[in-house]
Ligand binder design. Structure first.
Ligand code: IPM
Ligand code: MN
Length: 366
């Protein structure tokens, strides 16, 4: 298979975790005979510095020519006082909107060897395997009017029926492929957008009689994700609730540093990025955890290219390195070896390469 990927390293630890993920992608390409053509573009603070624009037209054009986008992270204190349109985050919001990537999938799955790093008791955190489906191109992130003056500020939460319908369909379909359980999260006791959301879920559920649906209020989900995260499978929610709940859910598994994401729109095109941010305080130290970005590559292989076996191989390799007791600093536990970003990445790569060698030896014996 031949695919074109636009790589957008971004800011902070973005370039470091992207370098790791690209290495893993190349090893997978070699092992499974795929050619991945990579083009690098600018986004976020790096793009502001170079082009005075967090999402330059050149970057958009490159992405439009590609089969998928792999993104690091954006943001940092250097640009914190910039006007809204010249903030790194604006680049991320614009690229999601420009390519209509309305469905953000954020899987949260416990790796058994990371459970000691979870703030929750082992018996609460183990067996967690949920998927947050976050609406990504609507709601309060994009609604108008929005403005700030010296005397006040306004943001607006807007959702059209169509925007809600498509994300709900997406979540039902995903629930069908998983355990058949869907939890829709809203704030229908207060917000009209939530009342419309709930109404649409009720309508849609007739089309998916095999899926068991429940409605939960967002404040209650925030609590239950800590007390009983194993209850959830597919969780669908609007943009801002999804942003908050996905950070909360991510630490259940031990570290935000291991959570990947896919932003998709119904065809095979997608944007893949770690859930974590640019962690500017860690930038350049070689200590960042590249697992989330490496696992985002696995999601890209699976969702955009349909390469299920290759995606599973990345997940297996990451899991095996954790099982061998190798961690980056964010996951350090007593008695484990703390590796740098590059050293940890090399372990993953060796894992993928070595199994290739041993497999071919097995075949020649048979
Ligand atoms: C995320 C991030 C972004 C968001 C920011 C950086 C704009 O927190 O991807 O979760 O809020 O969507
Ligand atoms: Mn977030």
């Amino acid at each position: 298979m031949e695919k074109k990927i636009t790589v957008l390293p971004g800011d902070g630890i973005g370039p470091e975790v992207i370098a790791s993920a690209v290495k893993v992608l190349q090893v997978i390409g070699k092992r499974f005979n795929h050619t991945f053509h990579l083009g690098y573009g600018a986004i976020g603070g790096a793009a502001i510095d170079q082009f005075n624009n967090p999402l330059p037209d050149e970057t958009i054009a490159m992405c439009a020519e590609s089969d998928a986008i792999l993104l690091g992270a954006v943001g940092g204190p250097k640009w914190d006082n910039n006007p809204t349109d010249l903030r790194p985050e604006k680049g991320l919001l614009k690229i999601r909107k420009h390519f209509d990537l309305f469905a953000n999938l954020r899987p949260v799955k416990a790796f058994p060897s990371l459970l000691a790093s979870s703030p929750l008791k082992r018996e609460v955190a183990e067996n967690v395997d949920l998927m947050i489906v976050r609406e990504l191109t609507g709601g309060i992130y994009f609604g108008e009017p929005r403005k700030k003056t010296a005397t006040g500020a306004v943001d607006t939460c807007v959702y059209s029926r169509e925007e809600i319908e498509r994300i709900i369909d997406n979540a039902f379909e995903l629930a069908r492929l998983r355990s058949g359980k869907l939890c829709s999260v809203d704030k229908a006791n207060v917000l009209d957008t939530s009342r419309l959301w709930r109404e649409i879920v009720e309508e849609k559920k007739k089309l998916y009689p095999d899926v068991q649906v429940e409605h939960n209020l967002v404040d209650s989900v925030a609590m239950k994700l800590i007390t009983n995260p194993g209850h959830y499978d597919v969780v669908v929610t609007e943009n801002m609730f999804g942003d908050i709940l996905s950070d909360e859910a991510s630490v259940i598994t031990g570290s935000l540093g291991v959570l990947p994401s896919a932003s998709i729109r119904g065809d095979s095109f997608g944007l893949y990025e770690p859930v974590h941010g640019s962690a500017p305080e860690l930038a350049g130290l070689g200590v960042a955890n590249p697992a989330a970005t490496i696992l985002s590559v696995a999601m890209m292989l699976q969702y955009s290219f349909g390469l299920i076996e290759e995606a599973a191989e990345i997940e297996r390799a990451v899991s095996a390195v954790f099982d061998d007791g190798y961690f980056t600093a964010d996951l350090a536990q007593d008695g484990t070896r703390v590796l740098s970003t590059d050293e940890w990445t090399d372990k993953v790569i060796n894992e993928i390469d070595t199994s290739f060698v041993s497999e071919s030896i097995m075949i020649s014996y048979i």
